[in-house]
Design a protein around this ligand. Structure first.
Ligand SMILES: [Zn+2]
Length: 146
């Protein structure tokens, strides 16, 4: 049995942040000295994603263009927009995880991650690692807690 992938706000934010970077890469790799117009921005957005959830979210984050601006300059604006995005915390046990240093922690199940909500596979891997360390003690505790 596989857990269905989550499409929460944290997931969307991570995707948008990554796509803003991809758009900037594309502008810099392709005629960086040229200009991009309002229509060019629209085409760039559509070339980046056609996903009905992600496209409007990406459009909202990608800065507007007034007339036309150099592609290199727009790439810099896109990177700036990506940098200022603070991703929403991943969700675990139906609650946002708490940021602890560089990783997110779930106070309910003690799962932790520095990237995304842990998948079932991640938890099984963690369980096996615990079992290897201390066959009887820690693994058994995790099984009863989980
Ligand atoms: Zn949890």
């Amino acid at each position: 049995m596989r857990a269905r992938p989550r499409r929460g706000q944290a997931y969307i934010d991570r995707q948008i942040k990554q796509m803003l970077g991809e758009m900037a890469d594309r502008l810099e790799a392709n005629r960086p000295g040229g200009t991009i117009t309002v229509i060019g921005r629209h085409a760039l957005l559509q070339a980046t994603t056609m996903d009905p959830t992600l496209l409007p979210a990406l459009r909202a984050k990608a800065p507007d263009i007034d007339g036309a601006i150099p592609r290199r300059q727009y790439a810099a604006l896109l990177r700036q927009a990506a940098d200022t995005m603070t991703p929403a915390p991943p969700v675990c046990c139906r609650k946002p995880m708490r940021l602890d240093g560089t990783q997110y922690v779930c106070d309910a199940c003690q799962a932790f991650t520095d990237q995304a909500a842990p998948t079932r596979a991640d938890r099984v891997t963690a369980l096996h690692a615990a079992a290897d360390r201390d066959y009887a003690g820690e693994a058994a505790r995790q099984i009863t807690d989980g």
